[in-house]
Design a protein around this ligand. Sequence first.
Ligand SMILES: Cc1ncc(COP(=O)(O)O)c(C=O)c1O
Length: 433
Amino acid sequence: MNPLAVELNQTIEREAPAIMRMLSDLGRELYFPKGILTQTAEANQKAHRFNATIGEAREAGKSMGLDAILCHFSDLKADDVLPYASSAGRADMRKAWQAEIRAKNPSLGDTPISLPVVTSGITHGLSTIADMFVDEGDVVLFPDKLWGNYLLVFSVKRGAKAGRYPLLDIGKGLDVEGLRKAIADNAAKGKLIVLFNFPNNPTGYSITEAEADAIRDILVATAEGGCDVVALCDDAYFGLFFDEEVMKESLFTKLADAHERILAVKLDGASKEDFAWGLRLAFMTYGIKGGQGAYEALEKKTGGCIRGTISNSPNVSQELLMRALKDPDYAAQKAEKFEVLKRRATIARNTLADPKFAEAWTLYPFNSGYFMCVKMHGLDAEAYRQKLLNDYGVGVISTSDTDIRVAHSSVDEADIPALYDVMLECALEMRKG
Ligand SMILES: Cc1ncc(COP(=O)(O)O)c(C=O)c1O
């Protein structure tokens, strides 16, 4: 049991022992994770200089946000937003998002994919997938650089065995051989769930076309060997692809029609793509070779799972996104925000190209998304994070014993060079002892 759960259980046992007798097995296992949320809360109090902890996009101290969404907050009609939406989502929204997926991923061509099912954020999509496809003891393979909430969703709540594949071969890119080995080591049970997340949180790495082909080939070989594969594409940061060589489409395009034993699931949504984190609006879309006859049944099961948890996702969020998609200025507004985030990544990279930083850390490759990540040299990342926050007023996230995540998404471009200078100063001071 997680030590945080043990601590909560001890308090409940002491204060109201009857509740301990009432809690289910899952209820006893539950805890509120430390990590990103706790560290962000701490930075919100203390990071008076720069706060690079927040996984949202901010500009000049405010949430970014598209006018195509914001302009409607005063003109919504009761009937457009107050009735229940259906469990699988509004029909117009589902069709519109499917058209968006095809437009943003032209190489899908006419590959049959399901209608997207609406979820209340990608987290809810992941949890729905876990309910539908994960039994206790099933192996779910995650990248070794990961968004920590996967563990709560898949392991604590569904009892999955959380395996890891190494994400990066520093200096090269995706660790293709590491992935191949991790999959081969876990394929014997005949069922495997693998999660892919590009652009990756926390590193900001996205794959090239060749790497996407390599992933598909590994999964197809695994399927050929008799293993059923559920391939989850967490596309939370889809579209924020900054470098020339990065593939500009989802890995889903390579997997949706790859093999009869590979079920590809695309999880994407408005949270990051449309700068609307709090609308809680996302989608899950299925693709499996030759299986289109099963899509409607699968969509209904997914709707049933949603009906049995939150019943349906907010209508107002679907209405706002529908209006934004129809706004002739929508694409231009998104492109403008994209440029702001891309410029920040470029400035970070140019700043970090200075050899003076090599003494403090090694940079993981990054080419996309909200974040970049460094591996500290000879320092405990959590101790460094605390010193940086307490002595220098700078908030970052420690994601492991060695790694520090910096969110450019929440730091204005003018502040980025100074942010890294302060980070370096703190690291060198700590190393001196
Ligand atoms: C990789 C990844 N997936 C999913 C999510 C959650 O997205 P949502 O806010 O839509 O639940 C996040 C949020 O930080 C994330 O980093």
